[in-house]
Design a protein around this ligand. Structure first.
Ligand SMILES: C[S@@+](CC[C@H](N)C(=O)[O-])C[C@H]1O[C@@H](n2cnc3c(N)ncnc32)[C@H](O)[C@@H]1O
Length: 187
């Protein structure tokens, strides 16, 4: 059932020009989730809920939970509808700008974070994750679309370099790729 919902969402995204994670990115995240087995996961930028549902379906069998947030109210409503259709019970979807959530909004330290919001806000998301102790040394972070938008994510790269935080940029298709931060940056 999940695969058929994801197929429907892929068609919806291409009809409505909604940018969603491509197949190589989805496969790569799936392999991280299966080996790393995170319990508490966070997504920044759910759009219509495609990657949200794909990740939550994967972690559910290991009792994993996914918090996701979306700043656009129309997208949030669409994602909510798709999550309801998926019948997954391990997703908490919040409407709002991740940068503006109170410091104590989330109750846990996340084991895995998929960052897929606005590319020129990536450094702000990272700083908030660190400053609000939403991640620790064991957390794995995946930032999407970092090659196509290299100029927009440069402040994040500069910050990671200045802090000597290990990261890997991994090309996954002809034009784009992801950036992995954390203990498993060598993935
Ligand atoms: C590339 S799309 C997400 C695609 C989705 N992760 C997927 O693969 O199916 C980026 C989304 O991030 C949302 N977004 C942008 N800035 C945000 C913020 N500060 N907080 C939460 N969501 C944000 C946008 O509204 C947009 O829907």
């Amino acid at each position: 059932m999940i695969e058929s919902i994801l197929d429907t969402l892929q068609s919806y995204a291409s009809r409505h020009d909604v940018p969603i994670a491509d197949d190589p990115t989805r496969q790569y995240i799936k392999s991280i989730l299966e080996v790393y087995r995170p319990r508490y996961c966070l997504e920044i930028g759910s759009a219509i809920g495609y990657s949200t549902i794909a990740m939550a379906a994967n972690i559910q069998r290991r009792w994993g939970k996914l918090d996701s947030c979306e700043v656009s109210y129309p997208s949030y409503r669409i994602a909510l509808h798709h999550i309801y259709q998926s019948q997954l019970s391990n997703i908490v979807l919040t409407y709002g700008d991740f940068r503006k959530f109170p410091a104590d909004f989330y109750a846990y330290t996340f084991d895995f974070v998929f960052v897929d919001g606005q590319k020129n806000q990536y450094l702000e998301y990272y700083l908030k994750l660190v400053q609000n102790r939403l991640i620790d040394a064991e957390s794995v972070l995946v930032f999407d679309d970092v090659i196509q938008y290299a100029h927009k994510i440069q402040p994040l790269i500069d910050h990671l370099d200045s802090q000597r935080t290990p990261y890997t940029i991994r090309p996954l298709n002809k034009s784009d790729g992801i950036l992995v931060v954390g203990a498993s940056a060598s993935w």
